[in-house]
Design a protein around this ligand. Sequence first.
Ligand SMILES: O=C1C[C@@](O)(C(=O)O)C[C@@H](O)[C@@H]1O
Length: 207
Amino acid sequence: MFSLMKPEIVVSLPVTRPDDLNKVNKIDGLVELRLDYSTELPNPEELIPFKHKVLVTLRDKEEGGRIKYDVDFKAKYLERLNELGILYDVEASFLERRKIEYVGKIVSAHYFSSLPSTEEIDQLFRKYEGAYTIKVAVASLPGYRELLSYVSGKPNATFMPMSNDPIERLAFSLLGSKLLYTYLESPTAQGQLSYTQAKQILECIFK
Ligand SMILES: O=C1C[C@@](O)(C(=O)O)C[C@@H](O)[C@@H]1O
């Protein structure tokens, strides 16, 4: 018997200035702080009041990030978040360059110009077992639906099409994605639903 699984909603919040952090407590649920939207990062210690409801992303430019950060600076920033017990997202490609903690974190991979093979997906999930979730986001390239279906069979996976169809993204999330990324005011990727839309639809499906 196949059963739909309810994903956890994440609200992806671009942090363009310090007082954007004041929006966090107005959102019920997990909030992704996209810190790569600003050249001025909060001190990790400033995030302690939000530590139980945020995940921090300093997205590499090569994987859809806005502002390029020095690799060593980013590694030190994430290591400090780890010391403070603040959840973060780190690209698998970044982990190939800097050995920082990934257990209990979000390990992510974004594919905009070519898709990984199923063998590469197998390796990703083998290598980063123990992560909070392993996230695979793919552009609508030839074969992307088949690949996302393959990822949906992996344990502890978060997966999504970065196509321009929010309903397709929602549909894939129901195949077992741990997280469903949404937006509050402005999307941080193609195909995101608004937080309120996603919340209403999931409440209808899983009432
Ligand atoms: O990795 C992801 C997923 C995402 O790219 C999306 O497609 O919703 C949005 C990003 O903010 C987040 O860090």
